[in-house]
Design a protein around this ligand. Structure first.
Ligand SMILES: NC(=O)c1ccc[n+]([C@@H]2O[C@H](COP(=O)([O-])OP(=O)(O)OC[C@H]3O[C@@H](n4cnc5c(N)ncnc54)[C@H](O)[C@@H]3O)[C@@H](O)[C@H]2O)c1
Length: 368
């Protein structure tokens, strides 16, 4: 199949592209390229890249497409709270428009990278996909609205699978160090100390990045009748933050690095929720299986252990990077803002999908 991956140059997207290619599919990426071309550099010549905003899709992007994995948008609370309007346009409105466009074009297979943070606020309990969720905060509200739009038009011809992904851990060519396990590894390497906000008693559902990508590949290849209009939690297990700190500190000890654990005040945004992962196993026979410990080892192999100073770069923290880009653009590009929609013709690096074969990574910053 030929799969369109929106947000394919992001943290999860880069790994999903690798897995889709490995499974024999062709891949076209549509991405605003906030992190440039670099995350897909190793796939140069093997994926088509369309530099476009998901809010202003040229219908030609869907030419020849058999399925869509939709990951584009703002991907955490801080960036969503930073510009709630842009967040709503990207995460909620754009998803609704993309879904209608796919349905009109007869594209049945569709996966959506939703979030288990939708369960936050329900109180204590292990929640499954039938829970009467009450999302709070700009990010989860927009994800839930997107889910509703997809479900409202789901039928035999349009079969979206909604994947409520837990907080992801693991290595990607587009590394994020603002996700709890990854952050702990960075803090352990850079500062030798892990801070347990509020004692770190909060629960989180977690999942490895390769398992998330596997869930998308599986749902895109499944019989649409089995996955269409269905919500699946994609979770390996639920962990207390302090447990995760101990797993990271213990792993680092095996690499001769001592890590201290310290109490710290509760942050402004405090998430605490758990969810069940049985449905994916029951319906599709797939259980996310890569453990936190295995994933930590993979990251320690891939990250610069001897000179970790690189890990402090803002590119690894979505909110730091976005605010930095916004500052650069507002200083040097007059009216333009990173939150503006980039029309196809104005987007540097945008070309007709048929002629894309892996543009130069050196264009990454100019492309913004
Ligand atoms: N990483 C997690 O822990 C996690 C957990 C649950 C859900 N999710 C969801 O999964 C998806 C992917 O997350 P990620 O961690 O890879 O995030 P990411 O920020 O690394 O990737 C998002 C990608 O989307 C692109 N993008 C952003 N706005 C766009 C727009 N308007 N038009 C086109 N492209 C745009 C970015 O350039 C980036 O490449 C997101 O929708 C996120 O909300 C992520």
């Amino acid at each position: 199949m030929k799969i369109l991956v929106t947000g394919g140059a992001g943290y999860i997207g880069a790994v999903l592209c690798e897995q889709l290619l490995a499974a024999g599919h062709q891949v076209r990426v549509l991405d605003r390229l906030y992190w440039g071309y670099t995350p897909l550099e190793h796939l140069r010549g093997r994926v088509e890249i369309v530099h476009e905003d998901v809010r202003a899709i040229n219908p030609r992007v869907l030419d020849g497409i058999d399925g869509v994995a939709h990951l584009a948008g703002l991907s955490n609370d801080p960036t969503a709270e930073y510009n709630p309007d842009a967040n709503w346009q990207m995460n909620a409105d754009a998803t609704a428009h993309l879904a209608v466009a796919c349905k009109q074009r007869g594209i049945t297979r569709f996966t959506f990278g939703s979030s288990a943070s939708i369960y936050d606020g329900l109180g204590d309990g292990l929640f499954d996909e039938t829970a009467p969720v009450k999302p709070r905060g700009a990010y989860s509200l927009s994800k839930f609205a997107a889910e509703q739009s997809l479900l409202s038009i789901a039928d035999a011809d349009f079969a979206p699978a909604i994947l409520r992904q837990g907080t992801v851990y693991g290595y990607s060519p587009r590394m994020r160090l603002d996700l709890v396990v990854n952050t702990f590894i960075k803090d352990a390497l850079l500062r030798g100390t892990l801070f347990l906000h509020g004692g770190g008693w909060m629960w989180r559902p977690l999942v490895d990045i390769t398992d998330v990508a596997r869930a998308h590949v599986l749902c895109l290849s499944a019989d649409p009748a089995d996955v269409g209009g269905q919500i699946f939690n994609v979770v390996h297990g639920n962990f207390q933050i302090r447990q995760l700190a101990m797993l990271v500190a213990g792993s680092l000890l095996l690499h001769d690095k001592t890590v201290r654990l310290e109490d710290a005040p509760l942050p402004k945004i405090n998430r605490d929720y758990r969810c069940a992962n049985g449905k994916l196993t029951e319906k599709l026979g797939f259980t996310p299986h890569v453990t936190v410990l295995e994933s930590i080892e993979r990251m320690l192999k891939a990250l610069p252990l001897q000179d970790p100073s690189e890990l402090a770069h803002p590119r690894y923290y979505n909110i730091k990077w976005m605010t930095l880009l916004e500052e650069i653009l507002s200083t040097h590009a007059g009216e333009r803002s990173i939150w503006d929609v980039v029309p196809l013709d104005a987007a540097v690096g945008a070309r007709a999908p048929s002629s894309l074969d892996g543009p130069s990574p050196s264009k990454s910053l100019r492309s913004l």
